[in-house]
Design a binder for this molecule. Structure first.
Ligand code: SF4
Length: 388
């Protein structure tokens, strides 16, 4: 059998702008800032007290490409669950703390990689910064100062009237200065708003004021369709200028969907190596096959593909052969048949009802060759964890 050249790029693909220089912090094993790859985060939706369910969801997130996971800690029972979750999670765990400062200390003691604090709604937060900074430093725990439009400090809200970019940034910079006065520098900042325009303006302003790593997020972005577009638009505006070191897409949808969207945003901007990429035409009056169904079936059949693979699914012979030739694998359809291309060469022509299975077979063959070369599974199965 002739071996297939997989077309791995020898130089890094181009990006739109160099990363903004920041200080670098650690969230457990994951570096955040400056030269560290931009990481993707999500948050569990299970009750943190349900340790098994939370660890299962973290395992699913890990398998889908999540780098860092956040868990809520609204009660003493949640705080008690943190040590085992932090220990058993495959990826660094951030505890998300609201209202009660005592849970900040509990999360640090529990071995969480980081703690997210929202200064606007933690009681007497500013008075606690010295102790928080000391405890975090002693345990090697980093912090996220997470300012949110929905919970700005009353004084700042009164001054600005609403959560303007200036208000969000003033709150963040003030809290940053408190941590820095106490000699603590291992923190990143977020200034989230549900309006992408305000959010982008706030992050641009904040990026000018210090070298802090920035966690990007459009808060309460909405259901999957709207939230994906809002997040992609806002993150794209910032990342294309080098601003942003870790991202969280907030969707009213299962957290794995957030990771898929976050990874796709980074891959689209060449900020993360591309994996599976489906190049499919929108179809038009010339289409000789059902392109929508074909593209959906191929995408579903290749879900979980861990190798960089560009698959072209084209509806007719106008642009079909050209795109299929440029891809690693492709089909150009016409007259009830599909010409199957692998790295620019037609390897076979199959009837329309065999196009999907043939593409998937060929993709698996390429994946296996690459998996063998890497010593890894190119396709990953569903993860399962158990807690003893
Ligand atoms: S590839 Fe053919 S069917 Fe698809 S959009 Fe282009 S012209 Fe239309």
């Amino acid at each position: 059998m002739t071996s297939v050249s997989l077309g791995m790029p020898s130089a890094p693909p181009p990006v739109l702008a160099p990363r903004r220089k920041t200080r670098q912090i650690k969230v457990g094993s994951v570096g955040v800032g400056s030269d560290s790859p931009i990481s993707v985060q999500s948050m569990t939706t299970t009750p943190t007290t349900d340790i098994n369910a939370t660890l299962q969801q973290i395992a699913e997130l890990t398998a889908s490409g999540c780098d860092i996971v956040r868990v809520a800690c609204p009660s003493a029972d949640d705080a008690e669950a943190l040590p085992i979750i932090a220990k058993k999670s495959q990826i660094p765990v951030i505890a998300d703390i609201h209202f009660q400062p005592k849970y900040v200390f509990a999360a640090i003691e529990a071995g969480c990689a980081a703690v997210r604090v929202n200064p606007g709604n933690i009681r007497k937060f500013d008075d606690q910064v010295k102790e928080i900074a000391r405890a975090a430093k002693d345990h090697g725990t980093s912090i996220r100062i997470g300012v949110n439009a929905g919970s700005l400090e009353p004084g700042i809200l009164k001054k600005y009237g609403k959560a303007t970019p200036e208000a969000l940034v003033e709150s963040a910079v003030w809290e940053a200065s408190l941590f820095e006065e106490h000699g603590f520098h291992d923190f990143k900042i977020s200034v989230k708003h549900n309006d992408p325009v305000i959010m982008v303006a706030a992050y641009e302003m904040l990026a000018e004021k210090g070298d802090w790593p920035l966690h990007l997020g459009v808060t309460e972005a909405g259901p999957a369709f709207q939230g994906t577009i809002k997040s992609a638009t806002a993150f794209g505006a910032l990342l294309s200028r080098g601003i942003g070191d870790t991202i969280r897409v907030s969707l009213s949808a299962p957290p794995v969907e957030e990771i898929k969207v976050g990874n796709q945003i980074l891959q689209s901007l060449n900020l993360r190596p591309r994996k599976l990429e489906i190049v499919s035409c929108p179809s038009c009056g010339r289409a000789q096959v059902d392109v929508y169904t074909l593209a959906e079936q191929v995408t579903a059949g290749l879900e979980g593909m861990e190798i960089p693979l560009r698959v072209a699914v084209m509806g007719c012979v106008v642009n079909g052969p050209g795109e299929a030739r440029e891809a690693d694998l492709g089909v150009a359809s016409g007259n009830g048949k599909g010409q199957i291309f692998v790295r620019g060469e037609v390897i076979k022509t199959v009837p329309e009802d065999q196009i999907v299975e043939t593409l998937i077979e060929e993709a698996m063959r390429i994946a296996e060759e690459m998996g063998d070369a890497d010593g890894e599974d190119a396709l990953k199965g569903s993860p399962v964890v158990s807690v003893s």
